[in-house]
Design a binder for this molecule. Structure first.
Ligand SMILES: *Cc1c(COP(=O)(O)O)cnc(C)c1O
Length: 454
């Protein structure tokens, strides 16, 4: 059998997002303000529109996707679900391997799934500008694209190492009309402070978030937008899993294992949560479903962090969230999966991990490139370094099936293509990439800076 793509019609694009907050084993711990009290919706109004705040706090199971958003989704959705027959053959596994390919969006990743509704709701609320942060540039390019579609100005604070390593992502943002600054920058108090401490500061996602939030909080015409972590972003990404469910229905299969890379966790939640929703509803097919979040050994928040209240950014401007964290001032090494270099993880993912409803594994960098290259050579698509993490674990699970002879159905999230990450592949081929395990002492050190509420 040749590789097969299970396609849907444009009319099959879901009409509603799925909100797992309706089906949690217990209520989510609320975000806390600087006074240690649950953050009030009003406190978020300086940086988010009301519709987004409502989604952030909602426990409604189904939330309607605005028609304007569905129309833009049609540019690349429904995205293909592909059976990776050639990869199965290369591995000699009896497992059935499927991937949901999110690299078909104009920005090349899943991120426009949330950038488009975020730009839409801000435009509806009369906002003129958006400020945001970006690591490798995937989110920045997605919000630049979405902002352009609704006539919003966009300013992006891009982590300095990526700004220098990935000029093409910066140029994508500029092509879609956004302004891009290397973070730390001289545009904000936070940036100037960081540069005064260390003029060569390579930047971090936490620092870039602080800069973007500072700007949005200071300007009435400007809101902030975040590409992962928060509940509303995970909600928007549920489109991935909802489509995948329809695609599996078409071929009469159901996944046994779902695997995704996990940075902030929105794409992982996006693919896994609609299936966990089946499980919560008592669907027998989902009874033994395993969902595995894959992170780098260099930034192992779920596997080595602790479950505690911490800030979403380096400076502590955001409310504190209950999540797995390595400490908000944790500086991850400059690995190539830039989208996975975040100190925390979505509170939803964190809680489900803490409750043992989902699993997490950490994989070393070299093994992820090895897996990504095998995938490219068998399925044709060159995956993003972040996506290579899911491929690594999917291959490992498929190889286990080879030992046990089980024909499990394995689904993984191919969150993006790697066309703008070719220098990472170059460094892999020339032997310049290393594995990096974040030392336990360094994690312990940064965890001593967690906020204390008493
Ligand atoms: C941002 C990104 C990720 C990580 O996504 P989260 O939703 O934050 O976990 C994974 N893959 C690609 C290609 C990305 O751009």
């Amino acid at each position: 059998m040749e590789s097969t793509s299970i396609l849907l019609e444009a009319n099959d694009i879901p009409t509603h997002w799925y909100n797992i907050a309706a089906d949690l084993p217990k209520p989510l711990a609320p975000p806390l303000g600087s006074d240690g009290q649950p953050a009030k919706p009003e406190q978020l109004e300086a940086i988010f529109p009301a519709a987004i705040i409502e989604q952030e706090m909602s426990t409604e199971r189904w939330i309607a996707i605005p028609q304007e958003v569905r129309e833009i989704y049609r540019l690349w959705r429904p995205s293909p679900l592909v059976r990776a027959v050639r990869l199965e053959k290369a591995l000699g596994t009896p497992a059935k391997l499927f991937f949901k390919y999110e690299g078909v969006s104009p920005a090349g990743s899943h991120k426009p799934n949330s950038a488009v509704p975020q730009a839409y709701y801000n435009h509806q609320a009369g906002i003129k500008r958006l400020s945001t942060d970006t690591g490798a540039g995937q989110w920045g390019s997605s919000i630049a694209l979405a902002g352009q579609m609704f006539g919003l100005e966009v300013r992006v604070y891009m982590v300095r190492v990526s700004y220098e390593q990935k000029p093409y992502r910066r140029l994508m943002m500029q092509t879609w009309g956004a302004e891009v600054y290397a973070s730390p920058s001289t545009m904000t108090e936070t940036g100037r402070h960081a540069l005064a401490d260390n003029p060569d500061n390579p930047g971090s996602l936490g620092l870039a978030i602080s800069e973007a939030v500072e700007e949005a909080a200071a300007r009435a015409d400007t809101n902030y937008s975040l590409g992962s972590v928060l509940n509303h972003v995970v909600l928007h990404q549920s489109i991935i899993g909802l489509e995948a469910k329809k695609q599996f229905e078409k071929i009469g299969l159901y996944p046994d294992v779902i695997i995704g890379p996990c940075g902030g966790g929105s794409s992982f939640g996006g693919i896994a949560f609609p299936f966990l929703g089946d499980k919560a509803a008592g669907d027998k097919r989902a009874e033994n479903l395993r969902c595995i979040a894959v992170e780098p050994t260099s930034c192992p928040s779920l596997t080595k962090g602790i479950y505690a209240y911490d800030y979403g950014d380096a400076s502590g401007f955001t409310p504190a969230m209950m999540m797995y964290t390595l400490g908000h001032d944790f500086m991850p090494p400059g690995i190539h999966a830039g989208g996975l270099r975040y100190h925390g993880a979505s509170p939803l993912i964190s809680m489900l991990h803490h409750e043992r409803q989902i699993e997490a594994v950490a994989v070393p960098q070299l093994a992820t490139f090895e897996a990504g290259i095998l995938f490219a050579r068998s399925e044709g698509i060159i995956p993003a370094p972040e996506s290579c993490h899911a491929i690594r674990t999917a291959i490992d699970e498929a190889l286990k099936c080879k030992e046990t002879g089980e024909a499990k159905v394995i689904l993984f999230n191919l969150t993006g293509h790697g066309h703008f990450d070719m220098t990472s592949f170059e460094r892999y081929f020339s032997g310049e990439l290393n594995d990096y395990h974040y030392p336990d002492e360094a994690v312990r050190e940064s965890l001593t800076h967690l906020p204390k509420f008493d």
